[in-house]
Design a protein around this ligand. Structure first.
Ligand SMILES: NC(=O)c1ccc[n+]([C@@H]2O[C@H](COP(=O)([O-])OP(=O)(O)OC[C@H]3O[C@@H](n4cnc5c(N)ncnc54)[C@H](OP(=O)(O)O)[C@@H]3O)[C@@H](O)[C@H]2O)c1
Length: 247
């Protein structure tokens, strides 16, 4: 494969749909070797079959909340594709819900996947990256990591978490060759919103504004932009939003 990212090994979580699938495809088109991870194997295989002929990739069903599965993913990617150059932390869930409705299981799930899942992935790749003196950890955060949206209090809190985590990681790894990026995306046309069934929250806060929202490829191209910068350049944060929905 030719392309600016030729031969780079990238692990993409949440690669079975939406932004993660678009990112894996775009990275592969740039010549990267991609390890596709999420829970739904059939969907991952569908994404893999859409990659260009000659693309190097692997599919590994992975629940990011399971630390052992995440470590196995990174080990397999390292063994079959080569040492992991970049991680794209994209797996996530989002539930529109009102705090007063106390959807505790949804709160737990959001924290488990968005916070602990991201930590499991960082923990699995960071030692290797530090050992090799190079690496890039990209997390698909949200504009909800900059501003809290009503109806999305817990989700916003998890995105503030990944922003804080990434800031701390960036400060601590300065000088080691590791880069840390967050992509703060606004509304994207994916299946994410369909997870929500708190009708009250959806009615009050979850109605479309009518603005043209982003396509998954709009966010994927931000990830690719960050990964393509020269070694000495770090794109720390990208805020990418529908033109008519500024925060
Ligand atoms: N859509 C938006 O408007 C928007 C805006 C800002 C940020 N984001 C962020 O973008 C990311 C991707 O979301 P999306 O919009 O592309 O929605 P999506 O199509 O629903 O994608 C979510 C991905 O996360 C994976 N996932 C969920 N739980 C997982 C788990 N326990 N282990 C492994 N993978 C898991 C899903 O795969 P499986 O179900 O196969 O496991 C799926 O691939 C999320 O972090 C989200 O917060 C989205």
């Amino acid at each position: 494969m030719s392309g600016a990212l030729r031969g780079r090994v990238v692990v993409v979580t949440g690669a079975s749909s939406g932004i993660g699938a678009a990112t894996a495809k775009m990275l592969s088109g740039e010549g990267a070797k991609v390890a596709l991870a999420a829970r739904r194997e059939e969907a991952l295989l569908g994404v893999q079959s859409g990659l260009e002929a000659g693309a190097e990739s692997l599919v590994q069903p992975t629940d990011v909340t399971d630390r052992g599965e995440v470590k196995a993913l990174v080990e397999r990617a390292g063994g079959e594709l080569g040492p992991v150059d970049a991680l794209v932390n994209c797996a996530g869930v989002m539930y529109y819900t009102l705090m007063k409705n106390a959807r505790e299981e949804e709160w737990d799930r959001t924290v488990e996947v968005n916070c602990k899942g991201a930590l499991n992935c960082v923990g699995a790749v960071l030692p290797g990256m530090l050992g090799r003196g190079r690496g890039h950890i990209v997390t698909v955060s949200s504009d909800a990591g900059r501003k809290v949206f009503p109806g999305l209090a817990v989700y916003s809190a998890t995105k503030f978490f990944v922003e804080a985590l990434s800031q701390g990681l960036r400060l601590e790894t300065a000088g080691t060759g590791v880069k840390v990026t967050t992509i703060q995306s606004g509304n994207v046309a994916t299946g994410l919103r369909a997870l929500s069934d708190d009708g009250e929250a959806l009615e009050q806060y979850g109605q479309p504004t009518g603005a043209r929202v982003l396509d998954p490829e709009d966010v994927a191209s931000s990830v690719v932009y960050a990964l393509k910068r020269p070694d000495h350049v770090s794109v720390n944060e990208i805020l990418v939003e529908p033109r008519d929905e500024p925060v």
